[in-house]
Design a protein around this ligand. Structure first.
Ligand code: IMP
Length: 298
């Protein structure tokens, strides 16, 4: 019999990936569960030594539940490309290398597909998969799986989401996950589908509250995006979201009036500039020059 969670329970979100942790927080928020991230508790990030998504999700959730004495929810997820026999699969994060740069990972996927002649008109078939695991401090656990199928596109499109989102177009969609607004992605994503199975088993009967994000969640979203962005489009989108947030922040109205136009200038400059060969720190320095109206040859 599955253990159930109740409104007000504390739940550790056992992911050190800020993009995933934020998405899981979003899913949990309406249920009145108090989500605490593994990073906040200072829990170590276990090495993913298993050969399956379920095995790795279990490994992360059980480790966090035992270390914290609280129930813990972990996700293991990835991109599976048919013509690559399911790769990058459980190694999806590792294809981005130590710098976790997903523009590199996406290029690698595109190159591997090219070597197999897989870029046909429809684009190679692929799916995202998410396996959620809820574990309890005594080590008991359950896993829940969700998938979303579609095709890959090249070049990547859009600055929303994270990871491989800009190169994945779900079945029936005309936009990539990177182009969709977050709500559109959540409506169909693999993680939402895994969450639906988790919800049916563990959250049934809990009254949902208002879905309006708290200020802390909004700040967390911006920080998750900053920690995850890999492409120029994602940086541009990030700056637009930051500018909107600053402009809408009533408690910092004064700050908002001077910072928002500066952010807008950076975004306009990025839109007009090919920065693909630019070193990251130089790019940041130039962005700051653009923000202060001091960039030459903009
Ligand atoms: P892990 O589950 O932490 O091992 O990492 C899974 C990796 O799969 C992430 O780092 C992303 O690269 C990729 N991934 C998982 N879910 C998504 C998603 O919703 N969008 C884009 N990439 C994803």
């Amino acid at each position: 019999m599955t253990n159930r969670l109740a409104s007000g329970d504390k739940l550790v979100v056992a992911s050190h990936n800020p993009g995933k942790a934020w998405e899981i927080h979003q899913l949990i928020a309406p249920y009145g569960l108090e989500a605490i991230s593994a990073a906040t508790l200072g829990l170590p990030e276990p090495e993913e030594t298993e050969r399956t998504f379920a095995g790795n999700a279990r490994l992360k959730a059980v480790a966090a539940a035992k270390a914290s004495g609280l129930p813990a929810l972990a996700d293991d997820s990835g991109l599976q490309v048919e013509i690559l026999n399911g790769a990058p699969g459980i190694y999806s994060a590792r294809w981005a290398g130590p710098s976790k740069d997903f523009s590199i990972a996406m290029q690698k996927v595109a190159d591997e597909i090219s070597m197999r002649g897989g870029w046909d008109a429809a684009g190679p078939r692929a799916n995202f998969i998410s396996v959620l695991c809820l574990a309890w401090p005594d080590g008991s656990n359950e896993t829940y799986e969700g998938k979303v199928f579609g095709n890959l596109v090249w070049p990547p499109r859009g600055g929303n989401g994270f990871g491989y989102d800009p190169m994945f177009q779900a079945e029936g969609a005309t936009e990539t996950f990177g182009e969709m607004e977050p709500d559109e992605k959540y409506a169909i994503s693999h993680r939402t589908r895994a969450f639906a199975a988790f919800k049916a088993a563990c959250l049934a009967g809990i009254q949902t509250g208002p879905a309006k994000p708290s200020r802390a969640m909004e700040i967390e979203a911006l920080n998750a995006a900053a920690a995850n962005l890999s492409t120029q489009a994602e940086l541009s989108r990030f700056i637009a979201n930051l500018a909107a947030d600053v402009a809408a922040d009533a408690t910092a109205a004064k700050e908002g009036t001077c910072v928002a136009p500066a952010l807008q200038r950076v975004r306009e400059w990025l839109g007009d500039t090919d920065c693909s060969e630019e070193m990251r720190w130089r790019l940041l320095a130039k962005a700051l020059l653009a923000a202060t109206g001091r960039l030459k040859n903009a």
